[in-house]
Design a protein around this ligand. Structure first.
Ligand code: ADP
Ligand code: MG
Length: 285
């Protein structure tokens, strides 16, 4: 069927970095919450078998009857996996450990790198099957889809990059921040040339910045010197409230809206919205 001409497609942003513990999931949860807080409609797609984004958003394991695994495998449509969260306007397609098997199961399947893209293209704009009960906010079309990736450049991450309009890279402010970045950028290049020519780099976000540590400042300077204005002005500080929030099943912005980490994610959301407006208004090539 033809998509409704009046409905804009959501911008699909992927949080990717094959290093673990750099802030992908934290950024997916809190950027998603911050975007929803300023009136965007957001879907987080959890593509990590660990399911930290789903847990951090308060979705119990028992509540994950249908997951992104079923969507990739093709045994369910994505709208049946989507559940709403405690944040109005923010939904999640949760993951389960089943995803660990997806790479192997998809190995011989046609369009194995396009499974997520195809699922998102077929999704109703508001992510709900029309017959399902929806509040007024839930019947609004999504404006952003954020995909949280596992710490690897495997088929799951390739699916995310194939489905995405742009990639957002969290970099931890530590000595080896740039290590692995060239491998990540080569993968982006490869996806661009074979699977998804429109994939662009939305930006690099510096995370876990410690202002009492000189090394943090030095790393931030080096990264800016190397990557220029691809790096967001907003830096996410290391903040204990951010690391506490997931154990309560709450985004940091719900757990403690005033803490420095939450406020940084609000600034990051507005920076990203501004960049998106610039990208949208640029003349067609
Ligand atoms: P990834 O998804 O890249 O593996 P996470 O987002 O799970 O990384 O972050 C790794 C760990 O660091 C988690 O325990 C998380 O709570 C913590 N963390 C992330 N960002 C911050 C921050 N700004 N301040 C303090 N702790 C953080
Ligand atoms: Mg993670």
């Amino acid at each position: 069927q033809m998509p409704d001409q009046g409905v804009k497609k959501p911008r699909v942003l992927v949080l990717a970095n094959q290093k673990g513990g750099v802030g992908k999931t934290t950024t997916a949860i809190n950027l998603g919450t911050a975007l929803a807080a300023v009136g965007e409609r957001v879907l987080i797609v959890d593509l990590d078998p660990q399911g930290n984004a789903s847990t951090g958003l308060g979705i119990d394991r028992q509540a994950r009857k249908i997951s992104t695994y079923d969507v990739l495998i093709g045994s369910a449509v994505i709208e049946d996996a989507i559940v709403s969260t405690q944040v109005p306007g923010l939904d999640v397609a949760p993951s389960t450990m089943d995803l660990l098997g997806a790479e192997l199961e998809l190995a011989s399947v046609a369009r194995r790198s396009h499974r997520l893209r195809d699922a998102l293209n077929r999704m109703p704009p508001a992510g709900r099957a029309p017959e399902r009960d929806a509040s007024p906010i839930q019947s609004q079309p999504y404006s952003y889809v954020l995909i949280d990736c596992p710490p690897s450049l495997n088929l799951l991450t390739i699916n995310a990059m194939t489905a995405a309009d742009a990639i957002l890279v969290p970099l931890q402010c530590e000595f080896f921040a740039l290590e692995g970045l060239s491998q990540l950028l080569r993968t982006v290049e490869r996806v661009r040339s074979s699977l998804n020519p429109k994939l662009e780099i939305q930006g690099i976000v510096l995370t876990m910045f410690d202002k009492r540590n000189n090394l943090s400042g030095q790393v931030a300077e080096d990264v800016r010197a190397y990557l220029g204005d691809k790096v967001y002005k907003t830096v996410i500080p290391r903040n204990v409230r951010i690391s506490e929030a997931p154990s309560y099943g709450k985004p940091a912005l719900v757990y403690d809206f005033r803490c420095s980490g939450s406020q940084a994610y609000m600034r990051l959301a507005s920076e990203i919205i501004q960049r998106e407006q610039k990208l949208r208004n640029r003349p067609a090539a």
